[in-house]
Design a protein around this ligand. Structure first.
Ligand code: AN0
Ligand code: CP
Length: 321
């Protein structure tokens, strides 16, 4: 595997899930694979789970992880091409990336959407430069439009908890005080479309996700109707993807608190499990009652981030041999 961006990069999902089961059961069985290998994990943005689970996955494989926090530990990096660098950025990605590539075997990059310029974000301008100029396999640790390590962990979790061969999985938008990227819902939709689940999306009008990720999944604008009979409720906020109105890209269009997932919403489901990628704002996205209930699986979901990262790194290391 040369890069990990899309569900297609992991190949057969059944095989990937079987490998995830093996990795979870015997996490230290591939210690030799990573011996004398280094992964550099680059963070342009904050993280708790991705930062820790990626390091843990690398350590489980016998690899040496090195973390770089751009701007805090390093120079601030310019990401736009063709600009006069007379601002606060001391170094350009064009030099920084090949330097980083020369120090390691694998690279992971967290670089959120700027939410200012849809074309810049949706072209994955920063991650594409890492792929082009590093010469090393690159993992998206949430880039402008995707968060594949999260979606893979979500699928592993659904596989573990499902009690029906084809569960109903509902992804619902929920309000948030700040404008958030679309990476998590984009990837979740992409992975659910590839998985054997009955997938439904619900959000207020104007929040339509890019068809590149949602395909032909029908959006049910009535949240309560969408949630009826659900086996899994996956809550997430995202800002306007700007699909039909590019001028609204990255904007907050709605803060309707009726969309906060609470007991009233869960009551119409089939005793669904509640999921969220975390970090979550309590009583904005989900009520205390729901996230504290026995049906909330947000902690095992987060724990599976080690498993998904380890499968991806393991495959990349195997391909280096
Ligand atoms: C980020 C997002 O919504 O993309 C990261 C989630 C994993 N969330 C926040 O910035 C709160
Ligand atoms: N879910 C997730 O990626 O969390 P962090 O932003 O804390 O890494």
């Amino acid at each position: 595997m040369r890069s990990f961006f899309h569900v297609s990069d992991i190949g057969d999902l059944g095989k990937a899930l079987e490998e995830a089961r093996q990795v979870k059961a015997t996490p230290f069985a591939w210690k030799e694979l990573g011996r004398d290998k280094t992964i550099i994990l680059i963070f342009f943005n904050s993280s708790l789970r991705t930062r820790l689970s990626s390091q843990k996955a690398a350590l489980n494989l016998g690899m040496n992880p090195i973390v770089l926090n751009v701007g805090a530990d390093s120079w601030k990096l310019e990401t736009q091409l063709g600009v006069v660098m007379d601002g606060d950025k001391s170094e350009h990605l064009r030099e920084a990336i090949p330097v980083i590539g020369s120090y390691c075997d694998l690279i992971g990059v967290r670089s959120f959407a700027g939410l200012q310029d849809r074309d810049f974000d949706y072209a994955e301008t920063i991650l594409s430069q890492f792929i082009e100029y590093s010469g090393k396999p690159v993992i998206s640790l949430e880039s402008a439009t995707v968060h594949p390590c999260q979606a893979f962990a979500d699928l592993i979790t659904i596989e573990e908890y499902k009690t029906k061969p084809r569960p109903k999985v509902v992804m619902t938008w929920a309000p948030h005080p700040r404008a958030l990227p679309q990476a998590v819902p984009n990837s979740f939709a992409e992975w659910m479309n590839a998985a054997d689940v009955d997938f439904v999306i619900t959000h207020p009008e104007g929040y339509e996700l890019d068809p590149k990720f949602v395909g032909d999944v029908v959006v049910e604008y009535d949240q309560m109707k969408a949630l009826e009979g659900a086996d899994f409720v996956y809550a997430k906020n995202w800002s306007c993807p700007g699909v039909s109105r590019p001028e609204d890209y990255g904007k907050i269009l709605n803060k309707d608190m009726d969309w906060v997932v609470d007991a009233r919403h869960m009551a119409v489901t089939d005793n669904a499990y509640f999921m969220h990628c975390l970090p979550v704002r309590r009583n904005m996205i989900v009520s205390d009652e729901v996230i504290d209930s026995p049906r909330s699986i947000v902690i095992p979901e987060a724990a599976n981030r080690v498993v998904s990262a380890q499968v991806v790194m393991k495959r990349m290391l195997e391909d280096l041999r």
